[in-house]
Design a protein around this ligand. Structure first.
Ligand SMILES: O=C(O)CC1=CCC(=O)O1
Length: 98
């Protein structure tokens, strides 16, 4: 199942800098692990915002939920999830679309 996920990060300015850098490093490591596994297939920075647009390819909505909850920066994120399915005009088959 494909999901479009819009993550907006808002970290309080008074948090300890080392703590924040550690969270970001953990976030990056987990994100890259999930990308290597083919579960987090795209991540794009939204220009001018501390936000990203990502595409996830997971087995279920529940799996996506668990992944999002496990993100180290999750407590400081607003997350909007949109479920995707194949458009009838798409020239790609479902596998290629991933
Ligand atoms: O910086 C962000 O957009 C938040 C984030 C998600 C994965 C990652 O490495 O950073």
């Amino acid at each position: 199942m494909l999901f479009h996920v819009h993550m907006t990060v808002d970290i309080p300015l008074d948090l300890d800098k080392a703590y924040v850098e550690n969270l970001k490093a953990k976030e990056k490591a987990l994100s890259q692990e999930l990308q290597q596994q083919g579960k987090w297939t795209h991540i794009w920075r939204i220009v001018g915002q501390y936000a990203n647009i990502s595409i996830f390819n997971v087995d279920s909505a529940g799996e996506l939920h668990d992944i999002l909850m496990s993100l180290p920066l999750y407590p400081f994120m607003q997350v909007e999830v949109t479920a995707l399915c194949q458009h009838y005009s798409s020239v790609k088959n479902e596998e290629e679309a991933h």
